[in-house]
Write a protein that binds this ligand. Structure first.
Ligand code: PLP
Length: 373
């Protein structure tokens, strides 16, 4: 099997699972307990927090463990918006992940927030942030990298523009970890979401970076764990796995350099092998590990099945949209019509994807197309 659906999820790294194992078995203490088992769990959690913080060049006190990208986005957006007294205006873009879009929808419906959607070009790049900001803008939320088309946003630059007008900045970095350096001090962001299962930690692990003493309204109420921002007995094992998986990542720059070359060769080969292929997203300003196409006239779902029959695992559009007949909201937001959007297929690579894997995938794609003739 050639697994090219790493943007949907990745296998858990054995080292991450091994590191987690004791905290699920012999060392099963509750970090809040006042006995040795509890103290050791508390120390393990603190150690994991410090290691995650180090990866992002943050302080340990700025890391809140969550159940993944969706929860981090909800806390980073709803939590900040409800705590900010500035006003009820937020700026974002329609290509964001559903976790962001639905958090914004909730703020709009239930709390009367107004959202300004930034203009997008055909590649999924935003413009016009400065003009969209108002005195009452509370928050700007824009992702580092798009999960369907891979297009990157210049976060440090966008964040500086938001800050100049006094607005906070949240970014969804779920797809970027391991591919684009996420140094929060350099980015300047107030909040940043990550999800463990995108880089070899278990599903249900994640974290939110929250800068300094930025006020946030908790979404889960209870015993006051995670500095009162995320109540509930902490998942020590998943926090340890998350920290371990992060440390196992090849430095982003090195991984990006190697895989971007493979991606570019792959894109060229696909465009040559299948004349009806159209690359979606920006040709160069994109994640090294995502190559996404529309295959005019061919159903993305049917192509996915044909590729799977030939041992190549991919995704049609985003995993969240899979199974629904709706065309991808990302593709329609960048001006691709609904019919063409139904032909989308995303190939997403891992740090260890090889040139041979990709040659074989192109071969499988050509053979799949033979079947459609
Ligand atoms: N944000 C982006 C950009 C994603 O790609 C995903 C997952 O697909 C999420 C958020 C949600 O993360 P999780 O699956 O950990 O809830």
């Amino acid at each position: 099997m050639i697994y090219l659906d790493n943007a949907a999820t990745t296998p858990v790294k054995p080292e991450a699972l091994q590191a987690a194992w004791p905290w699920l078995t012999s060392e099963f203490g509750n970090p809040s307990s006042q006995h040795e088992l509890g103290f050791r769990a508390k120390d393990a959690l603190a150690d994991a927090r410090a290691r995650v913080a180090k990866f992002f060049n943050a302080k340990a006190s700025e890391i809140i463990f969550t159940s993944g990208g969706t929860e981090s986005d909800n806390l980073g957006i709803v939590g900040l918006a409800l705590a900010m007294p500035r006003g009820k205006h937020i700026v974002s873009a329609r290509t964001e992940h559903e976790a962001v879009l639905q958090s914004l929808d909730y703020l709009q419906r239930v709390h009367g927030f107004e959202i300004t959607w930034l203009p997008l070009d055909e590649f999924g790049q935003v413009s016009g942030l400065e003009a969209a900001l108002r005195d009452e803008t509370t928050l700007v939320t824009l992702m580092v990298a798009n999960n369907e088309i891979g297009t990157l946003h210049p976060i440090a630059q966008l964040c500086a523009i938001a800050h100049a007008r006094g607005a906070l900045f949240h970014t969804d970095a779920v797809q970027a970890v391991g591919w684009v350096d996420q140094n929060v001090a350099e980015l300047g962001v107030d909040a940043l979401s990550i999800s463990g299962h995108k880089f070899g930690a278990p599903k249900g692990s994640g974290a939110l970076f929250l800068k300094g003493r930025t006020a946030a309204e908790p979404l889960i109420h209870g015993g006051g764990q995670e500095s009162g921002l995320r109540s509930g007995t902490e998942n020590v094992a998943w926090a340890v796995a998350l920290a371990t998986a992060l440390e196992l990542l090849t430095p982003a720059a090195a991984a990006a350099e190697r895989v971007a070359k493979l991606r570019d060769d792959f894109i060229r080969s696909v465009l040559q092998a299948t004349p009806n292929a159209i690359l979606t997203g920006h040709p160069t300003n994109r994640l090294p590990n995502i190559a996404s196409f529309c295959f005019d006239g061919v159903s993305g779902e049917a192509l996915l099945l044909e590729l799977e029959r030939r041992g190549v695992i991919v995704s049609s559009g985003s995993a969240c949209a899979a199974g629904s007949d709706e065309p991808s909201h990302v593709l329609t937001a960048i001006g691709i019509d609904a019919e063409l959007a139904q032909t989308a297929v995303r190939f997403s690579f891992a740090h260890d994807t090889s040139a041979e894997d990709l040659q074989n995938a192109v071969g499988a794609l050509s053979r799949a197309f033979e079947g459609f003739k």
